[in-house]
Design a binder for this molecule. Sequence first.
Ligand SMILES: [Zn+2]
Ligand SMILES: [Zn+2]
Ligand SMILES: [Zn+2]
Ligand SMILES: [Zn+2]
Ligand SMILES: [Zn+2]
Length: 324
Amino acid sequence: MFGSRLKLSLLIFLSVFSILGAQSKCSYCSKPITGTYLTSDGKAYHEDCYRDHIQPRCDYCKKPIDGPYNLLDGKKYHSSCYRDHILAKCDICDTPIEGIYVTDFWNNSFHKYHTEDLHECFTCGRLICQNLTFGGYILEDGRNLCGICNETAVTDDFLLEASLTYVTRLLNYNGIYGIPKDIPVTLVDANTLKRLAHSQSDAMHGFTDQNIQTLSGKVISKKSHIYILSHLPLLMFRAVLAHELLHVYLFESNLDLKPDMREGFCNLGSEMVYLNDNSEYARFRLTNMKASKDPDYGIGYQKMSKLLEKWGWTYLLGTLDKFQ
Ligand SMILES: [Zn+2]
Ligand SMILES: [Zn+2]
Ligand SMILES: [Zn+2]
Ligand SMILES: [Zn+2]
Ligand SMILES: [Zn+2]
């Protein structure tokens, strides 16, 4: 999620010549010139007239400018003043940035080449380094996690109960009931998740294993087990939990939707969690979902989100069987 921009200033060369020449008039004081004079823009000046009244001054240090200078928004600067005080500094390496630079979702601006040698955090998209993210970690399954996201990373069952309560309340508030209370939730690494879900997708953050027991063709029990990727920041963890709980809802309601409608619907749970949170991180995750080209998690979700906006929860829930 980067945008490139070009920041350019004009480098102007001053034409000042010192010539011993024929008599002429000073363009500043209109008096005759004898001996050394200076020209600038084709006009001749006494040396003193030039220095005191015509010579450009740096808009930063206010001192006269002799050589080439930089012009930006009508203001003139010594090249060194421009470089050291006017140009924005790279948020990653603290040196001035000119030319093509990159701005990320978080309004960090930096040299484009940093995107080639730094890892991107798998949840927030920031480039992992001391200045932007207070460092970061490479997890055993190869995921890159930044220091900011790590602060709320869910790594054990500690926050599980509270998250289940929080998400269930949010779902209930929107009229979604009928999800059993005792569903086990297990944290797993990326490789285990892929194996359980028989998927190769790196976009997977959770999986719900569903089990039906029948006796003589009659359903006697339904069981769900939710698996969620470990080390997700708490908010994303809750969003994934909401997604998986909606899978349980569909399962319990005997609704077997087409894949894009199913994942799209379950992503409405994630959307619900993010919309209920006023952080930049929530906006980042939502922006990502809205921009995703994945046929199920992206396009499917965008379709469902429009339907929800149009119909509201009650009508949408009552219409889900149309998408089987
Ligand atoms: Zn003069
Ligand atoms: Zn200056
Ligand atoms: Zn830099
Ligand atoms: Zn991060
Ligand atoms: Zn899903």
